[in-house]
Design a protein around this ligand. Structure first.
Ligand code: ADP
Ligand code: ADP
Length: 233
């Protein structure tokens, strides 16, 4: 079943003249998909990821999450949908430096107005343990390596048990060995049913995905299945 779908998706920016950045995209993302979104700089990857992440709206066309048409929602519903259905992972981790590992994992709960309790803390501690940071619960981001910080971000992305995880160059700041660890972790999340949509410009990283979509100049250039994703071989 489709977890997300875009239909005739167009995005324009007004800069005196109109710049059309996404030129009518049609894409269906299936449950359990693991997608690498590639393409040259300026081809529209970030714009598409921002729309998929409900951080930005299409100029025209539709975006469905499940069977809900997100393109018609007001800002309140949109941020509700964002915290309920989507998890975010960024190149620069985007952790809050003054907060501990557990507190950083709790952040999406706070954003969506969930009251913190023993139960929510337990859940965040379990997620920290799951990503291998059980001994680091009270550490702050500065005390952690880049790979450890990205694992905090992965735990944070999971706290609402989202169906879809959006990852923007998740290994862009990491060395090769640590990148492999992070990709193994994303592969495992995909195995347990998360749909992952990841922007990357690195072929080594795209090889972990089950499906590679290349954008060029706001259009889909290729959309191909990878018969042998790295993590599964
Ligand atoms: P990519 O992520 O593939 O590098 P982007 O989606 O960032 O591509 O950008 C696609 C095009 O849209 C580029 O020409 C970029 O300059 C333009 N663009 C992106 N964001 C904005 C914005 N907020 N305002 C105006 N133009 C933008
Ligand atoms: P990267 O370093 O991977 O490019 P950025 O820090 O540029 O990631 O963030 C990409 C976009 O996502 C920015 O527009 C930013 O405002 C937004 N963003 C950052 N953190 C969050 C968050 N926790 N939830 C929602 N949106 C976020």
């Amino acid at each position: 079943p489709a977890v997300a779908r875009v239909e005739d998706l167009v995005k324009c920016y007004q800069l005196g003249t109109t710049l059309t950045v996404l030129k009518g995209l049609n894409l269906t993302f299936e449950e359990g998909d693991f997608i690498a979104l590639m393409g040259p700089s300026g081809s529209g990857k970030s714009t598409l990821l921002n729309i998929l992440g409900c951080l930005d709206r299409p100029t025209s066309g539709n975006y469905f999450l499940g069977d809900v048409n997100v393109s018609e929602m007001d800002d309140d519903r949109l941020s509700d949908v964002r915290s309920r259905y989507l998890g975010f992972i960024f190149q620069s981790y985007n952790l809050l430096p003054q907060y501990t590992v557990v507190e950083n994992i709790e952040l999406p709960l706070i954003y969506q107005g969930t009251k913190l309790s023993e139960a929510t803390t337990d859940r965040c501690v379990k997620l920290a343990q799951m990503v291998g940071l059980g001994q680091r619960l009270d550490h702050r981001p500065m005390q952690l390596s880049g790979g450890q910080q990205q694992r905090v971000a992965i735990a944070r992305a999971l706290v609402n048990d989202p169906q879809v995880i959006l990852a923007d160059e998740p290994t862009g700041n990491l060395d090769t060995r640590t990148s492999v660890e992070i990709m193994q972790m994303l592969t495992e999340l995909n195995r347990i049913g998360k749909t992952i949509i990841m922007v990357t410009h690195e072929n080594d990283i795209a090889e972990w995905a089950k499906r590679v979509i290349r954008l060029r100049d706001g259009r889909i250039e290729t959309d191909e299945r990878n018969a042998h994703p790295k993590g599964l071989s």
